[in-house]
Design a protein around this ligand. Structure first.
Ligand SMILES: O=C(O)Cc1cc(O)ccc1O
Ligand SMILES: [Fe+2]
Length: 454
């Protein structure tokens, strides 16, 4: 497969889909007949416990040429850019923590060829542990090679992938997904896939959640429509390859470490499937943005695309939030993001353009982290401009898109994220804090009108 137009999709977030690449391959009226049509094997893929409440239960039935179990044992393979544990404080810990505000210049693409999506995954920060199904991880991928005769699955959690540079041509067990910057793709735990890079060197961000699957946020008083609409989520249609006598590698991330196995046939041999456990993509340009049409800056939860809930009602393990192009019309209002300290941690990335809290330094392909209760907000240049400019309706950044992974977990950072030296120096910006040092004192108890801009 080679271009977006060859792909057909099924629509609707969380729907139960049914699709067959060969007419009549889906058994009728039952999941596990004595003999499956065309000599296929039936295999269930469970994405929730069998006993999960019906509203949360996720599973799919796959009808494939061979069951997935036809393979030789796994062996451990080095995974220096991933971490097994986010625990800090031990001498040999893989991670460290800091309350400092952090900002990274664009993460550098690999200098040498042959780095595929899996081996280009670098963990930046995270919390918790997949083994107890609690926590999250944030990664970036920096890759330049397509995966051929191989597949990957993540046993640890669901991956929400945000491409920043380069399209992703993804072959999954359940069919093909073609994803470009300004779109996202979610690949749930256990689903096998290969990532091909039609544009060569590719970069993006990845949010991994260890506990619950992603959901659309409740809309409350917004009503029944808006934000990310369910019908805009696209699922693959069944597509299979019948490849025998080949050397095919499957890599898994299992408790933060990579393991590989070999088999002699393609893993992409699912001829038909039905169910509600499947990968999906979403075009962020379809987000129906809601914002103030009167005054004040609403909290960014109005821009939530997907959420992975924690066990505390109303609190996310992680939210995926975007800052979409939109009209800014707030009257007598400081329009950029307010100065802020948050019990949630805020990891931000930039797909293109700029961001309304930062005049300089926050660049596409880079990132920032404002950790739990660490102060942050507009830099000095942004503050001066926004406090003095005449307020007209303005279309904010028609070509730009920033996003945030917001989490209730306290994040630890990998040594790679904090210490990695590139040819041009560290990607971590040591001088980030300086963007706030020039903020002036305007307070004057004798002048209620203030003296902005003087
Ligand atoms: O810190 C940030 O830039 C993210 C953010 C954006 C916003 O519009 C309001 C609050 C907030 O934390
Ligand atoms: Fe914030």
């Amino acid at each position: 497969m080679s271009s977006a137009s060859t792909y057909k999709y099924l629509q609707g977030f969380g729907n139960t889909h049914a699709t067959e690449a060969l007419e009549g391959a889906l058994p009728e009226g039952q999941n596990s007949p004595q003999r499956v049509p065309y000599g296929l094997y039936a295999e269930q893929l469970s994405g929730t416990a069998f006993t999960a409440p019906r509203s949360e239960n996720q599973r799919s039935w796959l009808y494939r040429i061979r069951p997935s179990v036809c393979h030789t044992p796994f062996t451990r393979t080095p995974s220096p850019t991933l971490v097994r544990s986010f625990a800090v404080g031990h001498q040999d810990s893989e991670c460290q923590s800091t309350p400092n505000q952090l900002r990274w210049s664009p993460f550098e693409l690999p200098k040498h060829g042959g780095v595929d999506f899996v081996h280009g995954l670098h963990t930046v920060c995270g919390s918790g542990d997949p083994s107890v199904r609690n926590g999250i991880a944030i990664h970036v991928y920096l890759a330049n090679a397509s995966m051929e005769n191989s597949a990957f699955y993540n046993a640890d959690g669901d991956l929400l992938i945000v491409p920043q540079q380069g399209r992703l041509d993804i072959q999954t067990e359940l069919g093909y997904l073609y994803v470009e910057p300004n779109e996202i793709v979610v690949i749930p735990r256990g689903i096998r896939y290969a990532v091909r890079l039609p544009d060569g060197p590719s970069r993006g961000y990845v949010l991994e959640v260890f506990d619950r699957h992603f959901e659309l946020p409740d809309l409350g008083p917004i009503g029944a429509n808006g934000l990310a609409n369910p019908r805009d989520f696209l699922y693959p249609t069944a597509a299979y390859e019948d490849k025998e006598n080949i050397s095919f590698t499957i890599t898994t991330k299992y408790q933060g470490q990579l393991y590989t196995l070999q088999q002699t046939h393609s893993a992409f041999d699912v001829v038909a499937w039905h169910g509600n456990y499947a990968p999906y993509k979403y075009d962020l340009r379809k987000f129906c943005t809601v914002n103030t049409v009167s005054f004040d800056h609403p909290d960014p939860s109005i821009f939530t695309v997907l959420t992975s809930k924690s066990n505390t009602p109303g609190v996310a393990a992680a939210d995926f939030v975007i800052f979409p192009p939109r009209w800014m019309v707030g009257e007598h209002t400081f329009r950029p993001p307010y100065y802020h300290r948050n019990c949630m941690a805020e990891f931000m990335g930039l797909i293109s353009g700029g961001y309304d809290a930062k005049a300089t330094g926050f660049l596409p392909g880079g990132a920032s982290l404002h950790s739990t209760m660490s102060a942050h907000g507009p830099d000095q240049v942004t503050f001066e401009k926004a406090s003095t400019e005449e307020l007209q309706p303005v279309k904010l950044r028609p070509d730009g898109l920033a996003f945030m992974f917001e989490t209730s977990h306290m994040l630890s950072l990998t040594k790679w994220a904090v210490e990695k030296e590139y040819a041009g120096g560290k990607v971590l910006q040591d001088d980030y804090y300086e963007c706030w040092q020039g903020l002036k004192k305007y307070f004057d108890p004798k002048n209620k009108e203030g003296k902005w801009g003087q």
